[in-house]
Design a protein around this ligand. Sequence first.
Ligand SMILES: Cc1ncc(COP(=O)(O)O)c(C=O)c1O
Length: 504
Amino acid sequence: MSGRRPRASRRGAPLQVPVTAGPEPSPLYTQVYREIREHILSGVLRPGARLPSARTLAADLGVSRNTIEAAFLQLGAEGFITRRVGAGTTVASSMGESAPFRARPRRAGTPRAEAPRSAALRLSARGTLITECGLAEIAGDHPAGPCATEVAGFPVRTWNRLLARRARRAGIAPFQAADPAGLPALREAIADHVRVTRGVRCEWRQVIVVTSTQQALDLCGRLLLDPGAVALMEDPGYRGTRAALLAAGAEVRGVPVDGDGVDPEALAAHPGARLLYVTPSHQYPLGVTLTLARRLALLRWAAATGAWILEDDYDSEFRYDGRPLASLQGLDPEGRVIYLGTCNKVLFPGLRLGYVIVPPGLVAPFTAARRISDGFSPPLVQAVLADFISGGHFAAWLRQARQHYAACRDALVASITTQWGPAVTLGPSDTGLHLMAHLPDGAPDAAIAEAATAQCLGVLPLTRYLAAPSRRRGLLLSYVAGTPARIPADVAALAPAVRGRRGR
Ligand SMILES: Cc1ncc(COP(=O)(O)O)c(C=O)c1O
């Protein structure tokens, strides 16, 4: 149904009431109500303007008088119109002369679009940085990209049992506000875990629970960087970090990474840098490990310059061969290293729990920042995670997951070695859920990744992670969704693209 009848208001402005039926039309009286309201808000109907009588409008629009009466009732209740016996129905004078929204009225049948109001949409300088830092794209990351995790084998029943037990026994506590720094039981469990497995030196109060490494990076950027401060990160490097540092207003510069990790000699080119982000245990995305000599050089640099080092230890739980090097934080006598860990990768991405381990002097600032950021993490989930860790389930899951991923890694390495030919060289694969297959310089890695139709392998191009112009090319292969049985077929499916496109 549609109708459009001009009427003259008291000041001569035309009153048009288009009524349209959409695919799922709302009640007729709501449509009439919305149309009149829009005309009032946009200033087409000014305060004091007289509306047609309910009877006339009903006849004009071909609807019942009850429909118009219901619309008028609603408009009157909300203060848009006044109805007085003898004076008819008029736009309320309390609406004031300046209409809040000076949008032009729609023509009948045109969709109700959100008209851009540039003044209202003007963002702060920080808002613009946040919008332009590329995080929106990261949120919709590749299904098998860096943040993906295979959850199929996770002991869901155990988790749910712990959840039910906590919910039964905890009474009202999980429904109340909690410490922004996290539940003491979880902070203690995390501290015990990283002390034993990663050689982190901390006491539990230094552990601040966050939703994710991404939130930890955001808090670090806001607490430690002034606008325009120089922040350094590995190149190639993790895009989530780049986005968070840019959003904090920092000038982000890349420091080259080679087979031994990030190059400390390159730091001299950035005097005054306030912060360096590194992934020493398993460089993202190249997979190399930062050598001990370079770790010590980074710590000397931080001590000498007063810069912070952010150590992102995002996946070292998945270590397949040999023992990992202990954390950089554990080697630091000066308290310049901030250690970031996440449970979203090692457990499941829907968990939204991670942690940042800070020097004692930063506990209060981080707690305050977490408080004003989003308060705190849900206490019930924190308590369940604490039970999961202290009950030995975390360690058991790790053993099982490691076995599965090691078999995937073996299948991937063997298949690539036999099927992709000598032009491809593999990066380290002793840790993590992905590995880098290096292609000849200048090879079209983005096009190959784009064309990849592999079912269980995630394929992303190295160029995506490069900050400075470079001819380095490669494919980041994630095997989180893989199975040892399916991987060889996926590698075979990718072989023609890889072999057919040489570097230039
Ligand atoms: C280098 C690196 N850091 C951190 C993370 C993710 O952490 P979160 O999901 O807790 O933000 C990822 C993705 O899994 C990653 O690749």
